[in-house]
Ligand binder design. Structure first.
Ligand code: AVI
Length: 328
């Protein structure tokens, strides 16, 4: 992959940079042009996402937090295997653990015998989480795994039941086919003793959903635009950030929020580090993110082909969000 980069580029042997470059070349040659929201999360992007989760318009985090606060005991009971059986609580995508902390406290207070296994590809995120858990819950056993989700699941011993958490509506960022494949693959790592808890953002007043992705303080816009800043820094591109804007739209038929970066004028962007350029017409867009919203029947239909069934459906009074317990 190093040959993709010109000699002048500062980090020719950086495999992550080569992967990003390959992705950008492929995505920007598509029609419509596309970049994956996976690349939002550099340090600045992760900081902006933390800020999004605090926004008045961004209801998902707060709502899921409320479900855990109010129904923690029932959720804990639905997740833990038979009393006294030790298990592993595996969380895919560690985050900062604020929500999970509620669940961990609950399970500890129910006397559950478990080890918490946060999984993330970012060692930095895991280290921060492990540190705050040591402080807040010193009695908790924690065994972080720095790996991609399926590598981590494949590496777990199968003589101990596991409870897998995939919270925060991350499942909404997959395209439908990828989502189905992801769940199928996840299910292939589960035995009949295991359980899965997935957070789903539910379909609701389309205006409420739209506002969550186009907040009045412009934090979500900055989050989207930060992707271009990242390409400037990591690939030596020369995106003029004043010539781009954030646009987002919720389609109640498909349940998808789609976010775009819109080129305000005709322009050509040079990727000096990589020796290629890309032209954009005035008002041409780059599609950067999908955030799907679900109905209960859709969730059941998603589970079925993966050989899973909905065991519990925990939701808030307004039915904005659901934490769903699935079992093989
Ligand atoms: C991480 N993911 C669940 C967020 C979402 O709601 O789709 C990312 C996000 N994008 C814009 N705002 C938040």
């Amino acid at each position: 992959p190093t040959s993709l980069l010109a000699d002048t580029f500062p980090s020719p042997d950086d495999q992550a940079t080569a992967q990003l470059l390959a992705h950008v070349r492929e995505g920007l040659s598509r029609q419509p042009k596309t970049l994956s929201s996976m690349y939002f999360y550099d340090d600045e992007g992760s900081r902006l996402f933390q800020q999004i989760m605090q926004l008045p318009e961004y209801y998902p985090t707060r709502t899921e937090f409320g479900i855990f606060t109010e129904q923690g005991a029932a959720i804990g009971a639905a997740l833990a295997p038979a009393a006294g059986t030790p298990f592993r609580l595996v969380e895919l995508g560690a985050g900062d653990g604020t929500k999970t902390m509620l669940l961990l406290r609950e399970l500890l207070s129910q006397g559950a015998d478990f080890t918490y296994v946060p999984v993330d590809i970012s060692g930095g995120a895991l280290a921060g989480l492990a540190e705050s858990l040591r402080r807040e819950l010193p009695e908790l056993r924690v065994e972080p795994i720095e790996a991609d989700y399926f590598a981590a699941l494949a590496g777990l011993r199968d003589d101990e039941p596991k409870v897998v958490l995939f919270l925060g509506s991350n499942i909404g960022n997959f395209l439908p086919q990828d989502r189905q494949e992801f769940l199928q693959q996840l299910a292939s790592h589960l035995t009949s003793a295991d359980r899965l808890l997935i957070g789903f953002d539910l379909q609701k007043d389309p205006r409420i959903i739209r506002a969550a992705y186009d907040d009045s303080q412009g934090v979500t816009a900055a989050f989207n635009l930060n992707l271009l800043r990242r390409l400037n820094r990591e690939l030596g591109a020369d995106f003029d950030l004043t010539a781009w804007e954030h646009y987002t739209d919720y389609d109640p038929l498909s349940g998808a929020v789609r976010s775009y970066l819109v080129s305000r004028r005709a322009q050509t962007v040079q990727f000096a580090g990589a020796g290629f350029s890309c032209g954009f017409a005035a008002w041409e867009v780059i599609h950067t993110e999908n955030s799907y919203k679900f109905t209960r029947p859709q969730i059941e239909a998603l589970a079925r082909p993966a050989g899973l069934r909905v065991q519990h459906f925990f939701t808030d009074a307004r039915q904005y969000f659901a934490d769903v317990v699935l079992m093989p």
